[in-house]
Design a protein around this ligand. Structure first.
Ligand SMILES: [Zn+2]
Length: 490
């Protein structure tokens, strides 16, 4: 109970109270019902569902369960209802009752009952995720907890799911893998709460705050000061960060046909809204084209990043960078939302978002310009500005000696990211300059479909996801990684 007030106030500040109430409701029930094993989402959801066999084995990847094993059906919630209207049905969930009668929100909008069978002519199977079965035309909230965690202290991470009435790919949106990166949290909220399960094709899984530990402390890192985004796809026997990464990767990411991981700049740097992806991968290129008029930076991603691990597991993934840490800025959020809605349209999942026409993205390679001296940096350029070789980017002034040093561009390019005014050390990566990439560098795009789902799930089930990659890497500690400022995001 003691976790509740700070949790709630933090969420309220971000208008995310809806899912909090739900997640907490589940977790309290779960604690009463099951005190011997680590809490799992499957068990939490059973508060209002009949018990199904095999639900205690939450560490097992879902794909290892027999395909026909019964799972509790997720309740269809009206995600866009105000919190007050949802509190009553949430409380009622703690009393076991058949799913039919628990759809308290059904009167507000005619949604298919969870038990109604999917249309026979379409192969739209329920989405099996986190120990629950989400039927077509259902929006719901699930929760993910790392398989091994400090019970009673670690809070479950809310996972929003909208499963469309029609078949299609599963797109995953993840935010706040770095706990101090707020724009993505708001972006995921706006996207998820604007989807209509009754008309949508495929599914969208939205995790607004992957790194709850960091989020509560306003920190980029986990509580052990490791960077979660250097530990994917994780290791069930590794460090705490590796175990958390492993659990998230296998329980959530392995169910995705495509991933958009939302980030911001790091360490008082801000980014022009931009995608980062491995443009040698045709499916990743297809994803980047889906975002319409958005800058795209070619990068394979640091080892251990969620997007790189996903791509290596056969799941196309991009990072969407926008803005700076600890700041919510409307321009970054609205650009990101617009981009993702355009992507949903391009992937054939929604029909209604026609926001950007057909403008092509612009592809860049990039390089950093660094402060050569320490001091206070003031910039002369703005995000998105085009610069020419020799242009003054900013100055660094030593407050003790009053010596001022200029930073001048060594390239013709565009400012994709930059330091905010601050005190810098010599070598600080101050300006991220994009240089337009030649066309031949970009692989021809390849469709992203639900077809790859089976292969991915099989590989997740066998525990093989990322295994070769991990085996080749001796250590995954942050100490063995390049300094975070080398890659300002991701
Ligand atoms: Zn980040």
């Amino acid at each position: 109970m003691s976790l509740r007030p700070p949790l709630r106030s933090a969420y309220r500040a971000l208008s995310l109270t809806l899912m909090l109430v739900s997640a907490q409701g589940y977790s309290f029930t779960e604690t009463e019902e099951n005190q011997t094993t680590a809490p799992s989402q499957a068990e939490e959801l059973q508060a209002d569902q009949p018990r199904a066999e095999g639900q205690g084995e939450e560490a097992e990847p879902l794909a290892q369960q027999p395909d026909e094993a019964p799972l509790p059906q997720a309740e269809n919630l009206q995600l866009d209802q105000p919190i007050e209207e949802l509190e009553v049905p949430t409380a009622a969930e703690e009393t076991p009752q058949p799913p039919e009668s628990s759809t308290a929100s059904g009167e507000k909008r005619a949604a298919p009952q969870p038990d109604s069978p999917p249309a026979p002519e379409e192969q739209n199977r329920p989405l099996r995720l986190l120990g629950a079965e989400v039927p077509p035309a259902t929006a719901t909230r699930l929760a993910w907890s790392p398989s091994q965690h400090f019970e009673g202290v670690y809070s479950p991470t809310p996972v929003l799911v909208v499963k469309g009435a029609k078949p299609g790919p599963t797109l995953c949106l993840t935010a706040a893998v770095h706990g101090d990166e707020l724009n993505g949290i708001e972006t995921v909220r706006r996207v998820m709460y604007n989807l209509d399960a009754n008309t949508m094709s495929g599914a969208v899984i939205g995790v607004p705050i992957v790194n709850l530990q960091g989020f509560h402390r306003g920190s980029r890192y986990l509580t052990d000061r490791r960077d979660l985004n250097r530990h994917f796809p994780g290791d069930p026997n590794g460090s705490s960060a590796s175990r958390i990464a492993y659990s998230f990767f296998h329980e959530v990411i392995s169910h995705c046909n495509a991933v958009v991981d939302l980030h911001t700049g790091s360490f008082y740097r801000t980014n022009l809204p931009q995608l980062r992806g491995d443009l040698q991968n045709p499916k990743v290129v297809k994803l980047t084209k889906g975002f319409g008029s958005t800058v795209v930076l070619h990068s394979t991603g640091a080892k251990g990043t969620l997007r790189r691990a996903a791509v290596e597991a056969g799941i196309p993934a991009v990072t969407l960078e926008a803005g700076a840490p600890m700041v919510l800025d409307e321009r970054s959020v609205s650009h990101s939302v617009k981009g993702i809605r355009t992507l949903l349209n391009q992937l054939g999942m929604v029909a209604k978002f026609r926001l950007w026409g057909d403008p092509e993205p612009v592809y860049y390679n990039s390089t950093w310009q660094r402060a050569t001296t320490g001091g206070i940096i003031f910039s002369e350029v703005q995000l998105g500005q085009f610069v020419r070789k020799g242009d003054l980017l900013g100055t660094v002034t030593n407050p003790i000696t009053n010596v001022r040093t200029e930073i001048r561009s060594e390239y013709n390019g565009r400012i994709l990211g930059m330091a905010m005014n601050q005190v810098v050390q010599p070598g600080f990566a101050a300006y991220h300059i994009g240089i337009q990439a030649p066309e031949e560098q970009i692989s021809p795009p390849e469709e992203v479909t639900a077809d790859s789902e089976q292969a991915v799930e099989e590989s997740a089930g066998s525990g093989e996801v990322g295994a070769p990659h991990e085996a080749a890497t001796p250590a995954t500690d942050t100490e063995s990684q390049p300094p975070a400022e080398e890659s300002d995001d991701d």
